[in-house]
Design a protein around this ligand. Structure first.
Ligand code: 6PG
Ligand code: NI
Length: 188
C-alpha cells in the first residue's frame, strides 16, 4: 500500500534527513574501474581506502509510484587529478530525476551514449536529469558537496552501463578550476 503523508526535514548541515532510512557509504575500493588512472586508484585504496561519498535516504521505499529522496555527500579530493565522484548509473526504467544543490560546489555530468552535458550545481540550483541520460556527480570544490536527489521509486539503478559506455567526459583538477576532458577508453 502507498505511504501515509509525512514531513521530512533536513538535519544539521543539510547532511541528513529526518526521519532517516538507510545510509550507504562508498569507499575508494567500491569505485574500481571508474578513475582513468588505475595506479592512482590502487594507491588510494592501499593508502587508507577513504570514504569518497555517502548517501542518506529518507524512509520512502524504492517501489512503483512512490518518490524516494536521498542526500549524497561527496568529500573533496582527486585521484590522479580526477575529482572525486559518484559511480554513476542509468535508470533501467528511464524516468526523470532532479538534483537540488545544498552545500559546496559540484557538477552533474550527463551522458546519453552519444552526447555529454555538464551542469554546475551549487546551493539553490536544480539540475534536471531527463529520462535516458546516465548521470554522475562530481565534487569540484574544497569542501563536502551535498545535493538532494528526488527520483521515481520504480526507476532502478544500472551501474554496469557506465562501465561499458563510459560517461563521455571526465572532470579534472586544473589550476583552481575544472577541466573537462574526453573520457578515453571505458574500463569495462
Ligand atoms: C539515484 C540518484 C542518487 C545517486 C547517488 C549516488 O538515482 O538514486 O541519482 O541518489 O544514487 O548520488 O550515486 P551512484 O548511485 O551513482 O553511486
Ligand atoms: Ni539516479
Amino acid at each position: 500500500p502507498p505511504l501515509q503523508p509525512f514531513a521530512i526535514r533536513f538535519g544539521d548541515d543539510n547532511a541528513t534527513l529526518e526521519p532517516q532510512g538507510q545510509i550507504l557509504q562508498r569507499r575508494m575500493s567500491d569505485l574500481e574501474g571508474l578513475f582513468a588512472d588505475r595506479r592512482a586508484w590502487e594507491q588510494a585504496v592501499a593508502d587508507g581506502d577513504p570514504v569518497v561519498y555517502t548517501v542518506v535516504s529518507s524512509p520512502v521505499p524504492e517501489v512503483s509510484r512512490e518518490l524516494p529522496q536521498s542526500i549524497t555527500t561527496i568529500f573533496p579530493g582527486d585521484t590522479g587529478g580526477e575529482f572525486w565522484m559518484t559511480k554513476g548509473h542509468q535508470h533501467p526504467d528511464p524516468q526523470g530525476e532532479i538534483y537540488l544543490g545544498l552545500e559546496g560546489r559540484g557538477g552533474l555530468l550527463l551522458f546519453d551514449g552519444e552526447r555529454a552535458e555538464w551542469l554546475d550545481i551549487t546551493p539553490g540550483v536544480i539540475g534536471y536529469i531527463p529520462p535516458g541520460w546516465a548521470h554522475r556527480s562530481v565534487n569540484v570544490g574544497d569542501e563536502p558537496y551535498r545535493f538532494l536527489a528526488v527520483y521515481p521509486g520504480s526507476a532502478g539503478h544500472d551501474y554496469g552501463w557506465v562501465l561499458t559506455h563510459g560517461m563521455g567526459l571526465r572532470a579534472r583538477r586544473a589550476e583552481g578550476t575544472v577541466e573537462l576532458v574526453p573520457f578515453g577508453t571505458p574500463a569495462g
